[in-house]
Design a protein around this ligand. Structure first.
Ligand code: BES
Ligand code: MN
Ligand code: ZN
Length: 493
């Protein structure tokens, strides 16, 4: 699908749908009024004859309106009484696309008013809404595929809108990169393939190092390596660097991702039902890769590091057993009570390595870490765990601004009792009470006192179904927008 910015007076042709806005109480926007007049009042009559109120997300679809060349008109509700925020325009554009994408028209013309910035946000919304992972569909019928191939966005100054879209498009490309990684099945996207796809980003200006098992063994990463030891696939640690600050030696910020390319649970094997979902268990690593893609794409003025712990958790004759004790890179020993609590074992070494090597300002890890976070928060929030109030505030704000909301959870020291081991420095599970919290407390033992935040995205990494028009069902790419916003608002310049 192609996106173009066009002059505001463009006419939608016979193969096009034309989208215009309505506000609260179904009040028509100036563009909608023009459509209504041209059609002899057809739009107003359609509104009067139905339940359309102009509420956010509502659409009213009018086919073959008399007096207009366009094949259809779609009226999109945005609430409010006139002036519309870029955020609302982004969603309205996505709703318009969802409403007509499979209607048969090949073009969508958006006349949503506003300035260059809102036109760019409309393009951003459409680009995210139009994401589809269809590379493995070879027999899909044409009438099931989206018919819209071009989206034209009317703007007072199309060149200025195109310019404004450049950095947003870089963010969208990062999100789509993450979604593609998350959507790939685990027979294709194993740790080495994941690492290859990240390595292939170097032409964007990123530096990528890949550490294999021998290099990690040398560093003493017994915790991460224990998780991958039952897999035929070699575990990998990917280190991605973006040096965009004026001072190339300035202290970086760091992001760490859980990249379990498939999580069977290992010897503590998961039940069959729903196990296929565990191909998504690298959603944290995908988000970090997508973020680095976005930062490089928009040439962010920041030094940032992304570290991905890439493994496959399999049962096997060589797999680690419940009761095994492993020694992490930090020197701390861990009794592995349950091999299905593997994400924290991967992150333990990835976090320690990151702080040890890069001495960053802070570390933020993203991980599909616990089923318990879904029980706590449902699917609209990711869990935020942190040892730092300032960093938490910034993350909460960024999440709100980007519709990737977080909810802060506590890290009570008293709960550390739950992960005490009789024979090692800790054990890797703390039982059912506060399961996401004890996972967070476990991770905290590997940050060496650095400002740190952990985002448990098990609740948000994928959507089935989705309730956001910019996030189609499936891989969300959750975290890319949020962290890009954090960087842009607080750490660039
Ligand atoms: N990858 C899972 C967490 C998960 C569960 C993500 C459901 C998305 C949906 C993680 O590795 C895991 O298995 N966690 C266990 C921890 C338990 C053994 C302490 C869990 O949540 O059940
Ligand atoms: Mn697991
Ligand atoms: Zn897992």
């Amino acid at each position: 699908m192609r996106i173009e910015f066009v002059p505001a007076d463009i006419q939608a042709g016979a193969n096009a749908a034309l989208a215009v806005l309505a506000y609260e109480a179904a009040a028509l926007s100036p563009e909608a009024k023009a459509v209504n007049e041209a059609s002899g009042g057809a739009l107003a009559r359609a509104v009067a004859g139905g339940r359309f109120t102009g509420a956010k997300g509502q659409t009213l679809d009018l086919a073959a309106p008399a007096g207009l060349e366009a094949a259809r008109v779609v009226l999109v509700g945005v609430d409010g009484v006139g002036a519309v925020e870029p955020e609302a325009i982004e969603q309205a554009a996505a709703h318009a696309y969802q409403a007509v994408k499979a209607s048969g028209v090949s073009e969508l013309v958006l006349k949503l008013g506003g300035d260059a910035e809102t036109a760019a946000r409309a393009a951003f919304g459409v680009k995210l809404a139009a994401y589809r992972f269809d590379k493995y569909r070879t027999t899909e019928k044409a009438e099931k595929k989206p018919s819209v191939t071009v989206v034209k966005i009317a703007a007072a100054d199309p060149a200025k809108a195109a310019k404004a879209f450049e950095s947003l498009e870089a963010v969208a490309d990062g999100i789509l990169f993450a979604r593609d990684l998350v959507s790939e099945p685990a027979n294709i996207l194993h740790p080495e393939e994941f690492a290859r796809r990240v390595k292939a980003l170097e032409p964007m200006g990123l530096q990528v190092e890949i550490l294999g098992e021998a290099a990690m063994a040398k560093l003493g990463m017994g915790s991460l390596l224990g998780v991958g030891q039952g897999s035929r696939r070699e575990s990998q640690l990917a280190v991605i660097r973006w040096t965009g600050a004026a001072d190339k030696a300035a202290q970086p910020i760091a992001f760490v991702g859980k990249g379990v390319c498939f999580d069977t649970g290992g010897i503590s094997i998961k039940p069959a039902e729903g196990m296929e979902d565990m191909k998504w268990d690298m959603g944290g690593a995908a988000a970090v890769a997508g973020l680095m893609h976005a930062l490089a794409g928009r040439k962010a003025k920041v030094n940032a590091v992304g570290v991905l712990g890439l493994v496959e958790n399999m049962p096997d004759g060589a797999a680690q057993r419940p009761g095994d004790v492993v020694t992490s890179m930090s020197g701390q020993t861990i009794e592995v009570i349950n091999t299905d609590a593997e994400g924290r074992l991967v992150l333990a070494d990835a976090l320690w390595y990151t702080q040890d090597r890069f001495k960053p300002k802070f570390m933020i890890d993203l991980a599909t870490l616990t089923g318990a976070i879904i029980i706590s928060l449902g699917h609209d929030y990711a869990g935020l765990f942190s040892n730092n109030d300032g960093l938490s505030e910034k993350l909460l704000e960024a999440g709100k601004a980007e519709r990737e909301p977080l909810w802060r959870m506590p890290l009570p020291a008293a709960y550390e009792k739950q992960i005490e081991s009789p024979i090692a420095d800790m054990k890797n599970i703390g039982g059912r009470p506060g399961g996401s919290i004890t996972a967070g407390l476990f991770l905290q033992k590997f940050v060496n006192g650095l400002p740190w935040a952990h985002l448990d995205i098990a609740s948000t990494a994928w959507r089935k179904p989705s309730n956001d028009p910019t996030v189609p069902d499936g891989a969300a790419g959750f975290g890319v927008r949020l962290l890009n916003r954090l960087v842009a608002d607080a750490y660039e310049g």
